[in-house]
Design a protein around this ligand. Structure first.
Ligand SMILES: *Cc1c(COP(=O)(O)O)cnc(C)c1O
Length: 363
């Protein structure tokens, strides 16, 4: 028997597959681009005592004014720009989509990219168009310009570095796309700490370009805090769509405390970048695997034999969780995405891959 209320739910929502989060209990977790390091014990104690003083009987500071000022100062947000905080950067993508969802409006992004752009476009009732990246995952500027001319996108997302491919789109290509775009252009810099190149300091008042950042990939995925930077007038309009009190007082207090020790997270990112480059070289030396260049805290691999699903299953049997991208976007056939972990986790991954890819394993 079907539920009578079900017919009230929009067809495109019923047609969606839910966002799948794998069960990771007891696993070496290399599937979600988390930072593998906990904050140091002393800092955690300090944060705990700050949180103990937090008046949770009261609503938080709705606009999170002091935290916005603090983040602006730590990140070097240009003086004539403003920033909007989100419960994760996903919430900010949703706010952007809701703001632009006129009938017929389109969100455009190169593909493969972060799957939430297409999902959130659908939630918001916004059209979505994907433009294929080249075989090496660089931007196909001509195809992007043609799609921009055809669809006149209200919103254009470029993840830089891109997820799940890991590469950093070329600035010249990005600039040509920005010049041609009629609507808002969002540069999603979720992996900025591992790339070292950013458009944040290129932002100006009056610009249609916005920079999206998150603390998630930098060691605070559980906190759910992201921010969007851009022209003040634009940010003020987007702020109207933010639900009141979207950033809890616990998050605001915790973030203030962590920002006092931000160098610690930057040092961890430096370690992860070095470990990424070493791990990429080591994996590339294994037989039957292609490693794509990464400017992020994960590495995209393509396997020929055994198949990606077989290697994914073999890793699971060894209690190592990575992301299998095979069967999703056609350009990701045979691909796995592995997050850079601690030195010990990376060694365990390398040893397991070595076993699974060794020629003796082949039939
Ligand atoms: C992980 C990710 C995000 C979302 O991060 P939040 O945890 O919601 O802040 C946004 N964009 C890209 C490209 C990502 O990979």
């Amino acid at each position: 028997m079907t539920h009578s209320g079900l017919s009230m739910i929009r067809d495109e929502i019923r047609a969606l597959a839910p966002y799948h989060v794998a069960d990771a209990a007891g696993m070496i977790k290399l599937d979600a681009m988390e930072n593998p390091y906990q904050l140091p014990e002393a800092l955690r104690r300090e944060l705990a005592s700050r949180l103990a003083e937090c008046p949770v009987n009261r609503y938080p500071d709705g606009g999170a004014a002091s935290l916005r000022t603090r983040i602006g100062a730590v990140m070097g947000v240009p003086a004539d720009c403003d920033l909007l905080l989100g419960n994760g950067s996903d919430e900010l993508i949703q706010i952007l989509a809701l703001a632009c969802a006129r009938p017929g409006a389109v969100l455009l992004a190169p593909e493969p990219t972060f799957v939430m752009y297409a999902m959130i476009a659908r939630f918001a009732g916004l059209g979505y168009r994907g433009v294929a990246l080249r075989r090496d995952f660089s931007l196909d500027v001509d195809a992007m310009l043609a799609a921009i001319a055809e669809h006149r996108p209200a919103l254009l997302f470029l993840a830089r570095p891109n997820n799940p491919t890991g590469n950093l789109f070329d600035r010249e290509a990005v600039d040509r796309i920005i010049d041609a775009a009629p609507g808002l252009v969002v540069l999603d810099e979720a992996y900025f700490p591992f790339a070292g190149d950013s458009y944040l300091h290129d932002l100006r008042a009056g610009s249609k370009v916005l920079v999206l950042r998150t603390f998630s990939k930098q060691g605070l995925a559980g906190l759910r805090l992201g921010f969007l930077v851009g022209d003040r007038i634009l940010i003020a309009e987007l702020d109207k769509l933010r639900l009141p009190y979207n950033i809890s007082s616990l998050t605001q207090t915790f973030a203030h405390g962590v920002l006092g020790h931000f160098d610690l997270l930057l040092d961890q990112a430096t370690t992860l970048r070095e470990d990424r480059d070493r791990l990429a070289e080591q994996i590339a030396a294994l037989p039957g695997v292609e490693v794509f260049p990464s400017a992020a805290n994960f590495i995209l691999l393509r396997l020929s034999h055994p198949s990606a699903p077989a290697v994914h299953a073999g890793l699971l049997a060894r209690r190592i969780l990575v992301k299998c991208l095979d069967g999703g976007h056609p350009q990701l056939a045979g691909c796995l995405r592995v997050t850079v972990g601690t030195a010990a986790e990376n060694e365990a991954l390398l040893a397991a891959l070595g076993q699974l890819l060794s020629p003796e394993q082949l039939p």
